[in-house]
Design a protein around this ligand. Structure first.
Ligand code: AG3
Length: 281
């Protein structure tokens, strides 16, 4: 492992490289190639189909933003749906709220969950919380079986639905049919939030995704976050039928201390939403 590097290309002309210290796990599941490595710079990392899904050093930024942002906008959220997220990072943040009653985690790949429990305890630590129900199914099929207005929050914490090589397990999560079904399983004041790729390198994708979302939700807002291991800027997108993300009425601004987080604050969330207004499209 003296001079082994992992390289992920974001375009044909730009990529991110990590020098590898140790290889912990490598296997092809029925859905994707799963690799866990220790890197010198970012600690332990989960790579799916050759793409960085999370690293020990900066996963908290992504997971805190994708969970505490909607929870700050509607603190009454009780029932949550996560699609993807088998590493458990989003669950770890959600279980901090005693008000949350149930979390349905739908990850198509059982092996990601098993590998995370074994090698990524820092994200998977709360997967056994009694409020968490795990389903190893395709998220786009799962939502078809759910009664209308069941969830207060839907988090799409998936792998890349686009990019070089196109057909990934997350491919079914960007169709209009899926978005319509998710909109239907959300309560009237429900919130949708999805990871929506790099604003720098996937701007065209974002534009078309936002156009689709607008068909099913009155309000949408992209949010720009900083995830160094994903090449820098990354985007999350909010959608809702009642919350106008550009004029949020937050009673009290949440601080890091009150939420038991390392990075998130509601003030910071507001700036991240503002930053999203300047997407290059
Ligand atoms: N899922 C979204 C990460 C996408 C990163 N993509 C990439 N590096 N090409 C993260 C899963 C963490 N729960």
């Amino acid at each position: 492992m003296n001079n082994i590097w992992f390289r992920e290309l974001y375009t044909d002309h730009l990529g991110v490289m990590f020098r590898i210290k140790d290889m912990k796990y490598s296997n092809k599941s029925p859905f994707q190639e799963i690799v866990v490595v220790d890197t010198y710079e970012f600690g332990r990392a989960l790579l799916l189909d050759g793409k960085t899904m999370l690293t020990e050093k900066d996963e908290h930024i992504y997971h805190e933003m994708i969970v505490h942002s909607p929870m700050t906008i509607n603190p009454l959220i009780k029932k949550v749906l996560i699609i993807g997220g088998g590493d458990g990072g989003s669950v770890r943040e959600l279980v901090k709220y005693s008000t949350i009653e149930s979390i349905d985690l739908v990850d198509i790949d059982k092996e990601v969950i098993e590998v995370s429990k074994k090698y990524l305890q820092f994200t998977a630590q709360s997967l056994d919380d009694p409020r968490v129900h795990i389903y190893n199914e395709d998220g786009s099929e799962f939502v078809k079986k759910i009664e209308k207005e069941h969830y207060d929050l839907a988090i799409i914490d998936s792998t890349d639905p686009v990019g070089p090589g196109a057909k990934t397990p997350a491919f079914t999560l960007i169709t209009e049919e899926f978005l319509e079904n998710v909109a239907e399983v959300l309560t009237k004041s429900g919130i949708f939030i999805a990871q929506t790729e790099s604003p720098s390198y996937e701007a065209e994708y974002l534009k078309s995704y936002h156009k689709k979302l607008r068909k099913y939700f009155n309000y949408i807002a992209p949010m720009i976050i900083m995830v160094p291991s994903y090449s820098g800027l990354w985007s999350l997108t909010f959608a809702s039928n009642v919350h106008d993300f550009y004029s949020l009425n937050l009673d009290s601004l949440k601080t890091k201390e009150s939420l038991n987080v390392k990075y998130f604050s509601s003030e910071f969330m507001k700036y991240s939403i503002l930053f999203g207004k300047y997407l290059p499209y």
